[in-house]
Structure formats: structure tokens, C-alpha cells
Ligand binder design. Structure first.
Ligand code: 5RP
Length: 234
């Protein structure tokens, strides 16, 4: 089955395979999005079958799903560590010959601030994706979570970096998209990003930016569903 932005079957294969990495006693970071949702449902079934884990949700959406499928929840500040995080991505650099291999753009769901917190805290961070997410370089717009009172000044700084910022509104009539943290999202197009690490440093330095969607050097592996099997890329 095909949906916009990738195959549902491929997403399911990737999510379910990643969920198999959870072991008894694990604290598991629960990412956000349609691919990770397959992992959360699979973890719920494993819990029904006796697996003892606790999940840390990265968004309202993943928290609701985890509660629905029976994954016991905890908080980042209530645990000694996170054993495993499973999370999706909007774009993944898949070229072992370049320094940026494994770098991600995240934040399609506007949850990247909490996702980065949880994914970075994990001993092992597995990205789950379908093949449409793989690319030889990052080129999608980078989501920036910004304080509401900062969105115009941050947009100006992005233009100074030759980026093109767009306030995310998802065509809502009642105003812009508001994150779980009460902030706004600027989707910033920079064209092809040759050095994600350098851009990440610049974006982090802009006052008013809560978090950007570049994840550099965080992922340990990408599980790519390929309709019937899963390829593990490291
Ligand atoms: C949310 C994200 C998602 O992981 C990303 O948008 C991928 O989503 P999907 O698995 O639905 O394609 O970063 O902030």
C-alpha cells in the first residue's frame, strides 16, 4: 500500500523490526510520526505478551498512542538512562563515503525538540524509515521551533543565512501550528545542505530558536523497510 511520502508496508516493516530490539527492563524513547507509530503498536503487543519496558513519549501524539496500546510510560527526569530510542525522519543522508552519513532532518510533525532530547539521551538511537527518506544529501526545509515572540527576528536571521523561512500554518484558518511546547515552527529552505554540522551550529546560535530539526551524529543505525524485508544501514 502506498501513501504520500512513502509506503505504509515499508514503514510498518521498519517500525516493527526496530521494536524487536527492545529487551526486558529497557527504557525506550518513543518517537513521533507514522513510521514510529508502527513501532509503538508493536511494543504494545510485546507488552501484552509479557515484555517489561517503560516508554518515554516525545509528543502528545506518541503519548496518546502508547497509552492506547498499553505501553507503560515514564519521564526523562525519572530514569537513570534511556536504553533505546526509535524515531522516524523526514530525510536521512545515506552515503557512507560522506561525513554527513546518517545525518537527519526531523520535525515534520513539529516534535523535534523533545525528540532530540530523548534520542540524544539514548544509548542506542534507531531511525526507522522507508526508502523515500534516503538521500545522498539533506535538502528538505529544516524545521525550527521558535518562541512565538521571536518568529519575525529569527526569520530575518534565516534570510541573512540565505535561507527562506515559512511559518508553518498547515492551512489552518485559526492561526499557525503550535507545538506541544507552545511555540511556533519556521520551515527554513536552504537548498542542498553540504555541511549539516556547520549549519546546525549556526542555527543553534540564533536567539529565539528553541531547537532545529538537524540531527547530526546522533543516529546509530537506520532501519529501512523495503516491503518484505528490512535493511539495516550504519
Ligand atoms: C516528527 C518527525 C517524524 O519522525 C518525521 O516527520 C517522520 O514522520 P513519518 O514517519 O510519518 O514519515 O520528525 O517531528
Amino acid at each position: 500500500m502506498k501513501t504520500e511520502g512513502g509506503s505504509t508496508d515499508a514503514k510498518r516493516d521498519a517500525g516493527e523490526r526496530a521494536a524487536e530490539e527492545a529487551e526486558d527492563g529497557f527504557v525506550v524513547g518513543l518517537g513521533t510520526g507514522s513510521t514510529t507509530a508502527h513501532a509503538i503498536r508493536a511494543l504494545g503487543r510485546a507488552v501484552d505478551d509479557g515484555l517489561e519496558i517503560r516508554g518515554i513519549p516525545t509528543s502528545f501524539q506518541s503519548r496518546e498512542l502508547a497509552l492506547e496500546v498499553g505501553v507503560p510510560l515514564t519521564e526523562l527526569d525519572a530514569v537513570d538512562g534511556v536504553d533505546l530510542a526509535i524515531d522516524g525522519a523526514d530525510q536521512v543522508v545515506d552515503d557512507p563515503d560522506v561525513t554527513a552519513h546518517g545525518a537527519l532532518i526531523k520535525g515534520g510533525g513539529g516534535a523535534h525538540a523533545r525528540e532530540k532530547l530523548v534520542d540524544a539521551a539514548a544509548d542506542r538511537f534507531i531511525v526507522v524509515a522507508d526508502p523515500s527518506k534516503l538521500s545522498d544529501r539533506l535538502e528538505r526545509p529544516v524545521p525550527l521551533e521558535v518562541r512565538p515572540d521571536a518568529h519575525t527576528v529569527v526569520a530575518e536571521r534565516i534570510r541573512e543565512l540565505d535561507g527562506e523561512p515559512t511559518l508553518r500554518d498547515a492551512e489552518r484558518k485559526d492561526g499557525p501550528v503550535v507545538t506541544d511546547n507552545g511555540n511556533l515552527i519556521l520551515d527554513c529552505a536552504f537548498g542542498p545542505i553540504d555541511d549539516p554540522d556547520a549549519l546546525a551550529t549556526r542555527l543553534s546560535g540564533i536567539p529565539g530558536v528553541v531547537e532545529h530539526g538537524l540531527f547530526v551524529g546522533l543516529a546509530d543505525a537506520t532501519y529501512v523497510g523495503t516491503e518484505g524485508s528490512v535493511e539495516v544501514r550504519r
